[in-house]
Design a protein around this ligand. Structure first.
Ligand code: HEC
Length: 163
């Protein structure tokens, strides 16, 4: 193979309609309850930005409620290997270790997610910088194994390839 083509094949595959999180430093120390849950809503954290709260905490749109008491089952399922989406099987809401194959991440990160961005009508990362932060945090947390305080798993894998 020509060297130039080989280099191209190794380049990261970023679809054109997905936000670019490269400008945000990777985080190896994401703590779900501290860093992500407050951005989803349903906590008493002062200054929380409840992007998802109206429809997925105070209500259960798409059959998904992400209030602190429900989120482990809603995202990871009984076996903690990923809850299958109600409306878009076989997508898993969170597939530990694989952000790009996790519906929750895809739906806030890419226009082509089935069946479009969340929140409904959102322009994605153009919305505000904190929204891009949420994408990066979710990405890194899933890549690190999607560990929550209540999960049985303690394995955190693949530090070398977080992004
Ligand atoms: C204004 C209401 C609203 C807001 C705000 C909202 N959603 Fe949704 N969401 C919906 C509705 C309605 C559905 C079901 C229809 C669909 O899948 O598009 C849904 C479905 C979903 C699903 C698919 C669940 C499944 O298993 O099929 C995911 C994932 C999701 N939302 C994530 C989010 C995230 C993350 C946020 C915050 C960044 C968010 N949503 C904010 C209304 C909302």
């Amino acid at each position: 193979m020509l060297p130039a083509l080989f280099a191209l094949a190794l380049a990261p595959q970023v679809a054109a309609d997905c936000d670019d999180i490269d400008g945000i430093a990777p985080r190896y120390d994401v703590v779900f309850e501290r860093d992500i849950q407050p951005l989803l809503g349903g906590t008493s954290t002062p200054g929380a930005t409840p992007y998802c709260e109206t429809c997925h905490v105070l209500s259960s749109s798409g059959g998904m409620n992400v209030a602190p008491a429900n989120i482990r089952l809603a995202w990871l399922g009984e076996d903690e290997a990923g809850q299958v989406s109600l409306n878009f099987p076989p997508w898993k809401r969170i597939l530990p270790g694989r952000p790009g194959d996790s519906l929750v991440y895809r739906r806030i990160h890419c226009d082509d997610s089935p069946p479009g961005r969340m929140p409904p009508g959102s322009p994605g990362g153009a919305m505000d910088p904190a929204f891009l932060q949420l994408q990066a945090l979710l990405h890194d947390w899933i890549a690190l194994g999607a560990i929550m305080a209540t999960t049985d798993r303690r394995f955190i894998g693949d530090f070398e390839s977080l992004r």
